[in-house]
Design a binder for this molecule. Structure first.
Ligand code: ATP
Ligand code: MG
Length: 150
């Protein structure tokens, strides 16, 4: 029989993938926030890091819902890749996509309302990559390393 401590260690080391297929409705963003906080908590992220991940994932999902989804698509997909030291999250939509020039870092001196989501995601996560193709959808990949904020 595997004792509890050994079991926890085994869980910690495993590289797992969790996939959510999410209806294109804003009310499900809170479900994704709860899911990621459970995953990140298990991986050993602290409360502040978990809050950062929750804010970043909410912005990415809100973008998928508001900008990404087109009439033929009624869902988007979130993948969580857990590794011992880092969590990588992908948010995919098969929506209308956009030109990469739309996704630019705002100039902090002339902030206006809107256009802050990607900036916030980049500030809170360690690595962020966005791939968008007009008409073919968007993928945002974001990574957070455990204990990197100290
Ligand atoms: N999933 C997506 N599909 C298509 N376009 C996107 C997607 N995500 C972002 N974009 C484009 O990138 C721009 C910048 O996104 P960002 O989240 O920074 O700002 P916003 O959503 O316009 O405003 P805010 O997030 O502050 O409410 C969007 O206005 C949109 O044109
Ligand atoms: Mg946004």
């Amino acid at each position: 029989m595997v004792d509890v401590k050994e079991q926890i260690n085994m869980n910690k080391k495993s590289n797992d993938v969790i996939t959510l297929s999410v209806p294109n409705k804003p009310e499900y963003v809170s479900v994704i926030r709860l899911t990621v906080s459970g995953i990140a908590n298990r991986m050993g992220f602290d409360i502040e890091e978990i809050e950062d991940i929750k804010v970043a994932i909410s912005e990415a999902c809100t973008n998928a819902i508001t900008h990404g989804i087109c009439e033929e698509e009624n869902k988007f997909v979130v993948d969580f890749f857990t590794e011992e030291e880092k969590l990588t999250i992908y948010v995919y939509d098969n929506g209308k996509g956009c030109l990469s020039s739309n996704i630019k870092t705002p100039n902090i001196g002339e902030l206006k309302e809107g256009g802050l989501g990607v900036f916030i995601i980049k500030s809170l996560m360690d690595d962020v990559e966005i791939t968008s193709n007009n008409g073919k959808g968007t993928v945002i990949k974001m990574t957070k390393r455990v204990g990197d904020d100290v």
